[in-house]
Design a protein around this ligand. Structure first.
Ligand SMILES: Cc1cc2nc3c(=O)[nH]c(=O)nc-3n(C[C@H](O)[C@H](O)[C@H](O)COP(=O)(O)OP(=O)(O)OC[C@H]3O[C@@H](n4cnc5c(N)ncnc54)[C@H](O)[C@@H]3O)c2cc1C
Length: 478
């Protein structure tokens, strides 16, 4: 008979107590030891970016509160740490929720084998995906490469997503001589530069913050999502991405909360489109599982010969929102100030970097990785490759977003641009997306001095588009 005395739950990207299958299993034991490990053996590309570190600090604070500060937070090699905790506290069972990157799978299966070899229990669960990537294959048993058949014929037909569970909470905790708050601050996750000052105005990391974002979305935005999601000046989307990334809410909770709120009305286009965005999230994890190198390698190998430009000055202008193209600058400044950028604008700034500036998508991916609070290995690399045209089911390379037309269509009055580029605030809508076309009397009246208080465009949009198409034609056949 199994000894049900002490269980360890290893938290990873599941920083919540509700709908948490691993915590639920651990709570069947008399005493529970919750642990979070900052994995120092992770590959360099997987080390946390600056914005994610900020989020993690606050998310762990929130999880700590929910567990009466009984969570042990440590840094190092998970294999060694778990072994020593099992020995020190005579743990009978270890539970965790699965992660799906190749190095995580390898690490976890070695740990599972080592624990089982000692005659102890080691069990993992799915808590972060609606459909696990190994279960969705085409009839010929190969993975899908195109989103719509993957989602509509693969996932939706395969099974209904698991219903959220009401997690049992631990009866008591394993006693550990440990100061949660001191240890958390010793990890120095908060940025040293005063760059995060605006984050707290926009975000409340943790399970409660996630739940309130979900309720707001359901009450105020969901039924207008199809159009609202394209307008960057309003909150037409859920802003759940960092919460989902850190697992403060499961996609299952989101999926069923939306369906329950609207009586399962999947015929409603707004609901269908929103659920399919959760499907895109699944698809990016699916791609990373089946093609583990999509962080670094072009999915479409034709792009290996693409003649990217190296230009530090242009890259810096893009990163810090000084390109002289207002919608691009507003997006990049939104990212830097708030740790987030609206999806439509992510596509526009991405297209501008790889197509108008001809800079390698990997530069954009790295910058986003450092600056985004929702930086996610799967969604970030899959989306960058989508934008570049090198990805699975990608936007065709010849579709170059015109940032002026995108601005005029989705930010008609220029409200979004004005929010992040206040130096342009007095410009009339006619010129807000192309200040260089404004007559000098209007620029003067609006206190805009191009090249002084707002940059002149660093690139000509028409000729740089043609340059991109020429570059593409070089690799098209090969
Ligand atoms: C260049 C680029 C980089 C991106 N990098 C990331 C990233 O690092 N992390 C990240 O979570 N998303 C990324 N995205 C996808 C998307 O922009 C964000 O998920 C979305 O803007 C988050 O806002 P939201 O939560 O309000 O989304 P909503 O519109 O409310 O969508 C609900 C959820 O669906 C998922 N989702 C929506 N769109 C996508 C998508 N295109 N791909 C994958 N999942 C999606 C997210 O989890 C999101 O929270 C990127 C997109 C682009 C174009």
């Amino acid at each position: 008979m199994t000894n049900k005395q002490k269980a360890l739950i290893w938290f990873r990207q599941d920083l919540r107590v509700k709908d948490n299958p691993a915590l639920d299993a651990a709570s069947e034991f008399e005493h529970v030891l919750p642990v979070y490990i900052i994995d120092e053996t992770a590959p360099e590309r997987a080390q946390l970016g600056g914005a994610s570190s900020w989020w993690l600090h606050h998310s762990l604070t929130s999880l700590g509160k929910a567990l009466q500060n009984n969570i042990l937070i440590v840094k190092g090699d998970p294999k060694a740490i778990l072994k020593s905790l099992i020995d020190e506290h005579q743990i009978d069972a270890v539970f965790w929720n699965r992660q799906y990157e190749d190095w995580q799978i390898k690490r976890d299966s070695e740990i599972k084998t080592a624990i089982k070899e000692r005659g102890l229990i080691a069990t993992s669960f799915n808590a972060s995906l609606l459909w696990e990537p190994m279960n969705i294959l085409k009839k010929d048993k190969t993975p899908y490469k195109v989103f719509t058949p993957y989602y509509r014929k693969g996932c939706l037909v395969h099974s209904q997503p698991r219903l959220p569970i009401s997690t049992t909470q631990p009866k008591s905790f394993v006693e550990v001589d440990y100061n949660f708050e001191a240890n958390l601050s010793a990890l120095e996750l908060l940025p040293k530069l005063d760059w995060d000052s605006d984050f707290t105005n926009h975000w409340a990391p943790g399970e409660e913050g996630a739940a309130s974002k979900l309720s707001r979305f359901i009450e105020q935005a969901c039924l207008a999502y199809q159009d609202g999601r394209n307008i960057p000046s309003i909150r037409g989307t859920s802003q759940l991405s960092p919460h989902l990334h850190f697992g403060e809410i499961s996609p299952n909770q989101v999926w069923y909360a939306v369906l329950d709120a609207f009586d399962g009305d999947i015929e409603n286009k707004n609901i269908d489109v929103f659920l399919s965005e959760l499907g895109w999230r699944e698809f990016s994890h699916y791609l990373l599982y089946h093609w583990p190198n999509i962080h670094t390698d072009n999915f479409n190998t034709k792009f290996d010969k693409f003649p990217w430009r190296k230009d530090e000055k242009d890259l810096k202008a893009w990163q810090f929102g000084n390109t002289g193209i207002p919608i691009i600058d507003a997006g990049m400044r939104e990212l830097y100030q708030t740790g987030y950028m609206h999806n439509r604008i992510r596509m526009v700034v991405g297209s501008f970097l790889v197509k108008n500036l001809l800079i390698d998508w990997r530069e954009g991916e790295r910058w986003f990785w450092d600056c985004l609070l929702d930086a996610d290995a799967a969604a970030n690399s899959a989306s960058w490759q989508w934008v570049a045209g090198s990805g699975a089911d990608a936007a065709p390379y010849f579709r170059v977003f015109n940032p002026i037309l995108q601005g005029e269509k989705f930010d008609k009055e220029g409200e979004y641009v004005k929010r992040y580029c206040p130096e342009l605030a007095k410009l009339p809508p006619k010129f807000i997306h192309k200040p260089w076309e404004a007559p000098s009397n209007i620029l003067n009246a609006c206190s805009v001095v191009l090249g002084k208080n707002y940059p002149k465009p660093i690139v000509d949009l028409k000729s740089s588009r043609l340059r991109a198409l020429d570059a593409f034609s070089e690799i098209k056949g090969g």
